[in-house]
Design a binder for this molecule. Structure first.
Ligand code: DSN
Length: 414
């Protein structure tokens, strides 16, 4: 019996149930993944005991000889993997990373530009309910009504009109590639810093399966647990001349003691993400997403932007007489976990959402390939055509459990 089981059997049972859930469903929320056993071991280590406010070699506590090594190797691996000058690996999340950049580089009231929430942007790209929107004067650009591609002409016009200090590119629900070069040209024209929030695509960028913003964006932020398959957390990567401001924005600007156990997990993830095996995985994630998109379109579904270039797919479920929550509920009942999501020019309130968002990172981590995407697409279509038919839901769930049993999820104890 393990220590947790002995001390707190209730929490131990909850964790076992979650392990079983993750093992027996098709986890298709595009921001979720399976961290490796090595990452989870590092995060569960005694590094959780250590306070280390500050940075390696300049801490406010003593006893840092080993945690300094951990943070140094994480920073080195991050700069090498992404080809950047400087990495700050302390942000507790992608949100913290974004807020630290704003805090470090600009002043409250300054103008920033980001993608609209219903076009796929993130809360920290200026939503009025996020501190980003409360503290800074955000101006939002959107996507084209027909193609659903980012409208760079609108971005350009708004940038000239509002002259932002920071131009944020990147999204949480955008299935297409970004034109980082065009964005940098726009930023340069108005004297803005280009910030790429690559939280969703960082693993694809690391694996060479998506163009990198490095060399174009002066600042890049990411969470570390999505396509990167690391522990829950964030990072900021930046040009040399911004490193002091960025570091100050993280600590002491917006965080206290770094989570050294999580930084150890980030270091392990960064080692894993630099391998040929990870690069092959990243390419498979994209190949699977394209195959899944094709399978869904064969069933007549309406995909936002008509397909995907990355790891995620957005489906407009309104033509099926559903809202996003109804669709996601039905799929979950059949063992397929997605999330409801607003879609561009949505006609439904955000709490319902006109779409569902899902992707292939986690199911690719468990070994599914293109041929399996035909089954996944058809299974989703069967559920969405009969979302309240308990017979259909139960039949699909049985098939999902069979495919899950054939492809065990990594990092979960047997
Ligand atoms: N919550 C994340 C996502 O699901 O995309 C963004 O932070």
């Amino acid at each position: 019996m393990g220590a947790l089981e002995q001390v707190d059997p209730e929490v131990a049972a909850m964790i076992r149930h979650e392990e079983q859930r993750q093992q027996t469903v098709l986890e298709m929320i595009p921001s979720e993944n399976y961290a490796s056993a090595a990452v989870i071991e590092a995060v569960g280590s005694v590094l959780t005991n250590k306070y280390a406010e500050g940075y390696p070699g300049a801490r406010y506590y003593h006893g840092n000889e080993f945690v300094d090594d951990v943070e140094d190797i994480a920073r080195k691996r991050a700069t090498e993997l992404f080809g950047v000058d400087h990495a700050n690996v302390q942000p507790h999340s992608g949100t913290q990373a974004n807020m630290a950049v704003y805090l470090g580089l600009i002043k409250p009231g300054d103008t920033v530009m980001g993608l609209k929430l219903d076009a796929g942007g993130h809360l920290t790209h200026g939503s009025p309910v996020s501190a980003s929107g409360m503290l800074y004067n955000f101006v939002s650009y959107g996507v084209d009504r027909e193609s659903h591609l980012v409208d760079y002409d609108e971005m350009h016009a708004l940038a000239k009109e509002h002259r932002p200090k920071i131009l944020v590119v990147g999204a949480t629900a955008y299935p297409r590639l970004w034109d980082f070069k065009r964005a940098r040209e726009i930023a340069d024209e108005v004297g803005a810093i280009l910030m790429a929030d690559m939280a969703h695509i960082a693993g694809l960028v690391a694996g060479g399966a998506h163009p990198s913003p490095a060399g174009l964006a002066q600042v890049m932020t990411t969470s570390t647990h999505k396509t990167l398959r690391g522990p829950r957390g964030g990072m900021v990567l930046c040009d040399r001349d911004l490193r002091r401001q960025i570091d100050r924005g993280v600590f002491p600007g917006s965080q206290g003691g770094p989570m050294m156990h999580v930084i150890a997990g980030k270091a392990v993830m960064l080692k894993e993400a630099a391998t040929a095996e990870f690069s092959q995985h990243a390419h498979q994630v994209v190949a699977n997403a394209k195959a899944l998109a094709a399978s869904l379109m064969d069933t007549g579904m309406t995909l936002i932007s008509g397909g995907t270039d990355n790891h995620l797919v957005l489906v407009d479920v309104r033509p099926m007489g559903l809202n996003g929550v109804q669709a996601a509920d039905a799929l979950e009942a059949a063992g397929i976990v997605v999330n409801s999501n607003p879609i561009p020019f949505d006609t439904l309130p955000p709490r319902e959402g006109g779409g569902i968002r899902f992707g292939t990172p986690a199911i690719t981590s468990r070994g599914l390939v293109e041929e399996d995407m035909k089954f996944v697409g058809q299974a989703m279509a069967r559920v969405l055509a009969a979302p309240t038919d308990q017979g259909v839901l139960a039949a699909v769930k049985r098939e999902v459990q069979e495919i899950c049993a054939k492809h065990p999820a990594p990092g979960i104890p047997a």
